[in-house]
Ligand binder design. Structure first.
Ligand code: IPM
Ligand code: MG
Length: 361
């Protein structure tokens, strides 16, 4: 039976980069026998403009029916004045919680061809290959109570709640350990257990889960130290696992180690391996519509989709090899441009990946 894939281009550069990923998907369909059905829907600011809400019911329904979802990016200055409840970001958060996508995998890999793009010294980052596993449907992002209230003296007070149940911590730790078992067998759990009770519990559960994985080393790090270690000696890490907000922050830092946020994919998975796949970067409104955005993070997100949701690891490998090949050929979008490279636009990069896909074996 063919697999259903929902395409959510979103805002800013989203439609441009997603179009190149769809080009790759179509090539896999025609040349490599991938049996898929594509559907498309609105999310984010584009959905707000068309339907008055960043996550229309119709989009959530289609997302629920799909086997996997490919998302471009959401947001932009145009929608910043809107009330927080209908901002484009709410569309993304609604998809994550509505679909139970609790496990966010954010690999940070340095491509040797791009070693010079990092702001860190090459010896600090060369060979970097770390995986951040971020909890995505709990913690302070979703905790209640939340809001802004007025005190008796008329002063306003804003508040959010950091909250995790044992079961939520347990399941994300297991995802991290399962991944570590297929990599370097080291998990670093990041918390703030010296200050926050909630993450004291996180550490307790991490230790308990770790006992089920005797072949894998578990270490713990406070989040402030983890931020420092990430820029000081990032290669010490194999898999990092952490809360929703700490993961949000640390994964941006990790992305920049590779010098090019335009290269990094991500996967957000539910209990059954259904997932939403998206580049880590945002909607980049400053370059939207110019045809210069880097489509590689979105194309690499497709590779993750093939591996984690569609059970097509050979095709996933093929996409990754094709990306490697176009970098070897010296093709660069402006964000990763370097001396001596050939600067190309979004579509030319997508076409080059398709050509490389057909050549790779
Ligand atoms: C991310 C983004 C989102 C987040 C925003 C757009 C809501 O920063 O995916 O990391 O904070 O999770
Ligand atoms: Mg973020």
């Amino acid at each position: 039976m063919s697999k259903k894939i929902l395409i959510l281009p979103g805002d800013g550069i989203g439609p441009e980069i997603v179009a190149e990923a769809v080009r790759v998907l179509n090539c896999l369909r025609t040349d490599f026998g991938l049996d898929i059905d594509l559907d498309e829907a609105l999310v984010g600011g584009a959905a707000y403009d068309a339907a008055g809400h960043p996550l229309p019911d119709a989009t959530l329904e289609l997302a629920k029916e799909a086997d996997a979802i490919l998302l471009g990016a959401v947001g932009g200055p145009k929608w910043e004045p809107l009330d927080i409840s209908v901002r484009p970001e709410k569309g993304l958060l609604g998809l994550r919680s509505g679909l139970g996508l609790f496990a966010n995998l954010r690999p940070a890999i340095l491509y040797p061809q791009l070693a010079d793009a990092s702001t860190l010294k090459p010896e600090v980052v060369s060979g970097l290959n770390l995986m951040i596993v971020r909890e995505l449907t709990g913690g302070i992002y979703f905790g209640r109570p939340r809001g802004v209230r007025e005190l008796e003296n008329g002063e306003k007070e804003g508040y959010n709640t950091l909250i995790y149940r044992e079961s939520e911590i347990d399941r994300i730790l297991r995802v991290a350990f399962d991944i570590a078992q297929k990599r370097g067998r080291r998990v670093c759990s990041v918390d703030k257990a010296n200050v926050l009770e909630c993450t004291e519990l996180w550490r307790e559960v991490a230790i308990r889960v770790g006992e089920d994985y005797p072949g894998t080393e578990l270490s713990h790090m406070y989040v402030d130290n983890a931020a420092m270690q990430l820029v000081k000696a990032p290669k010490q890490f194999d898999v990092m696992v952490t809360t929703n907000m700490f993961g949000d922050i640390l994964s941006d830092a990790a992305a920049m180690l590779t010098g090019s946020i335009g290269m990094l994919p991500s996967a957000s998975l539910d209990e059954n391996g259904k997932g939403m796949y998206e580049p880590i970067h945002g909607s980049a409104p400053d370059i939207a519509g110019q045809g210069v955005a880097n489509p590689l993070a979105t194309i690499l997100s497709l590779a993750m989709m093939l591996r984690y949701s569609l059970d097509e690891p050979a095709l996933a490998d093929r996409i990754e090899k094709a990306v490697d090949r176009v970098l070897d050929q010296g093709l660069r979008t402006p964000d990763i441009h370097a001396e001596g490279a050939r600067e190309v636009g979004t579509a030319e990069m997508g076409e080059a990946v398709v050509a490389a896909l057909r050549e790779c074996d």
